[in-house]
Write a protein that binds this ligand. Structure first.
Ligand SMILES: Nc1ncnc2c1ncn2[C@@H]1O[C@H](COP(=O)(O)OP(=O)(O)O[C@H]2O[C@H](CO)[C@@H](O)[C@H](O)[C@H]2O)[C@@H](O)[C@H]1O
Length: 662
């Protein structure tokens, strides 16, 4: 039978009542089914593609290719059925699709010939299935061989995605991994908030156009309207959820007064909107459909798998979707008072999924019952698979010390728990082309590195000493990063002829300490308080040693950047740091040495100082060994492509198993 690929729903009405989405949702307060809708903010020019459902049949959505006479196209008052001009069908037919501008962003919807933009050919070849099987032919010694590559419709949900928003490593990962997956033939959408803080940073969203599609979200005892902006860049659909709660001074999570008090509200909105996006947004003329794969990052996105199970599955929607929780940092779990559960837009009977009771010792007063809701826990008990950003960390979070209270729950799901080490963006972080550097260098010609050091010393007002060992630190000033350990070691370190440079922002007590240390050790110490990407590149290139005494580190990116820049890492042997930094052994390989840095343990000032002194001594006295350390680090393959291939394995497992929550 002739089949037709079509956008699942393209609602373009001013009135939500005219929208025809087949999926139903549930009002948080009442538990009553409610049909969600997406409507254009401006009236007119509306057209709706709807599929006629046989009674009792559920809409299979974009995930399947449907017979042409299973749906109708409405255009204004006119309605034409089947394969004619409206429905398209067969080669050269018409489908309802998006009109795009030069950047690939959607600017309107039109009936278009049944051909698609180039960028969609791979992802939707061989049928509009979320898990498309693309037949690739190749020849091996004269024989034709057919390989099958599976591609997925992937929806990242994240609080940060660089370059649009970034406060740390989460932004880096969600800015790069989607591009790597898209390059491997998957259709990839990233859903994150459209943060506007009234500064020049707002320009980062300049390329994202309003999709003119609003949805209503029922939560927090009211109805919230959110809309979507979209930019198609580097093969990825970047979708930004817009709501006044994302428009305020500060960073994505807080301002100088601390974390925003309504973060639970802000990220609840994100999760609801992200669940709607694959079925209401006709990106490139085609929705992602129901059979997609949600990659939910950290607690901010953790409501997504719970919503799929509690709000959508009961109405037959997203039955064949899968979700993978990616834990970048288990210390942040999105815990709020139990009474806030009713605000989340979930049916009351799902409370247990998020229920969290603090142990007696962690309660604040005698009447505190310790009852709370925990967003991350919700995802751990509902996601199909769980990933962390290194293998070491995936084990650590199942231990009492590393699990932050979730270790037993995670252990109970250890068969679906795995770790994949993050990659890095090797185009942004490349010492041979980096636009922020005074001089360029590479593994075959290291001479430019010392020029970067001199330039950094000049910029920071330090004495120009090309041979002086220079140690750097970059990162959030947080308990996790072991800043207190650095602070306790600085007086002893400053007795040596070294220079120490720190860049970071975060806890005011550490920011204050950095300022004091700078005025105490004027000739040797610089502490740059703030978030500054160009300076982070200059420190990574200009320093000889990068120090990372993290208490725990799920993966860590700075040690990867450092190795690529020939800067030798000295790290606490934990999580991803232990997985990625190989301890230096000068005697291995018949004296030519092995290893890319130093890993120390236990996490004490003494063992950190021992490792640092070894590094400083090697830098000063064993130039050949030092060059070997630099070159081995620079030669490491930390590309995202490598990581993306491992992610594909996990996707395959997720779809091989039945859905965890049916
Ligand atoms: N003041 C500043 N100015 C400029 N740039 C700054 C900066 N402070 C930090 N950065 C940048 O932010 C990123 C930090 O990444 P990390 O992976 O080291 O830490 P983070 O703890 O945020 O991420 C969490 O998620 C990531 C991603 O999975 C894990 O690698 C990590 O272990 C986990 O804690 C780096 O790109 C770094 O250069």
């Amino acid at each position: 039978m002739e089949t037709l690929h079509f956008a699942r729903v393209i609602p373009c009405r001013t009135s939500p009542a005219r929208s025809v989405r087949a999926g139903a949702s549930v009002s948080g307060a009442t538990g009553q089914p409610r049909f969600f809708s997406c409507w254009r903010k401006s009236a007119g020019a509306g057209c709706v593609v709807s599929r006629r459902l046989a009674s009792g049949e559920r809409d299979s959505g974009f995930g399947g290719s449907l017979s042409k006479d299973e749906f109708a196209v409405e255009d204004g008052e006119q309605k034409s059925e089947g394969g004619g001009g409206g429905g398209g069908g067969g080669d050269g037919g018409l489908v309802l699709g998006a009109e795009r501008d030069a950047s690939g962003s959607v600017v309107g919807f039109n009936l278009i010939p049944q051909t698609r933009p180039d960028y969609m050919e791979v992802a939707t070849a061989e049928g509009d299935k979320s898990t498309d099987e693309i037949k690739e032919t190749g020849e091996t010694e004269g024989e034709e061989e057919t390989q099958t590559k599976v591609s997925y419709n992937i929806v990242f949900v994240t609080a940060e995605a660089a370059p649009y928003s970034k406060t740390g490593g989460l932004g880096d990962v969600c800015g790069s991994l989607p591009i790597a997956l898209a390059a491997r033939g998957h259709r990839v959408m990233v859903v994150s908030p459209r943060y506007l803080n009234g500064t020049v940073a707002d320009e980062r969203y300049a390329g994202a156009l309003d999709l003119d599609c609003c949805i209503k979200i029922y939560c927090f005892d009211g109805v919230q309207e959110v809309s979507f902006f979209h930019e198609y860049r580097k093969g990825v659909d970047w979708v930004f959820v817009d709501h006044p709660a994302y428009h305020r001074p500060g960073n994505p999570y807080g301002d100088s007064y601390g974390a925003f008090g309504d973060n639970q509200f802000r990220f609840t909105l994100l999760c609801h909107a992200a669940c709607e996006a694959p079925i209401v947004l006709p990106l490139g003329g085609l929705t992602y459909g129901e059979n997609c794969l949600f990659l939910v990052n950290d607690w901010h996105a953790s409501l997504v798998p719970v919503l799929l199970a509690a709000k959508y599955h009961p109405f037959g929607v997203y039955k064949d979707a899968r979700s993978v929780l990616i834990i970048h940092n288990i210390a942040h779990q999105g815990v709020e008072a139990a009474v806030t559960y009713k605000n989340l837009g979930l049916p009351p009977q799902w409370y247990k999924a998020l229920e969290w009771v603090f142990p007696t010792w962690a309660r604040t007063h005698a009447l505190d019952t310790g009852e709370a809701v925990n967003m991350l826990k919700g995802a751990i008990v509902t996601a199909d698979r769980i990933l962390t950003v290194s293998k070491g960390y995936s084990w650590e979070i199942t231990t009492f010390e590393g699990g932050y209270g979730l270790n037993e729950l995670l252990s109970s799901r250890k068969f679906v728990l795995s770790g994949i080490t993050n990659g890095i963006d090797i185009t942004e972080w490349d010492p041979s082309t980096d636009e922020h550097l005074a001089s360029h260098y590479s593994v075959s010609d290291l001479s430019g590195k010392v020029q970067c050091k001199i330039a950094l010393q000049k910029e920071l007002g330090l004495p120009i000493l090309p041979n002086c060992p220079m140690i750097g630190f970059i990162g959030r000033l947080d308990y996790q990063k072991g800043i207190d350990l650095i602070a306790s070691a600085i007086p002893e370190l400053m007795e040596d002829d070294i220079q120490f440079v720190m860049l970071g922002s975060g806890e005011p007590r550490f920011e204050g300490w950095m300022r004091v240390a700078e005025s105490t050790y004027k000739e040797k110490f610089r502490g740059w308080v703030g978030f500054n990407v160009p300076i982070s590149h200059k420190i990574t290139a200009g320093c000889d040693i990068l120090l990372m005494p993290s208490r725990f580190e799920p993966c860590g990116l700075n040690q990867l950047y450092a190795m690529r820049y020939g800067t030798v890492p000295v790290v606490h042997a934990t999580g991803g740091l232990r997985d990625t930094v190989e301890n230096f052994n000068p005697y291995a390989n018949e004296g030519s040495g092995e290893g890319t840095g130093w890993t120390f343990s236990p996490l004490t000032k003494e063992s950190m100082l021992v490792a640092l002194r070894f590094a400083i001594k090697t830098y000063r006295e064993h130039k050949t060994s030092w060059a070997g350390l630099m070159k081995r680090g620079m030669a490491k393959d930390f590309t995202w492509e490598n990581a993306a291939m491992q992610y594909e394995e996990v996707f395959k497992w997720a779809f091989t198993d039945p859905p965890y929550v049916r």
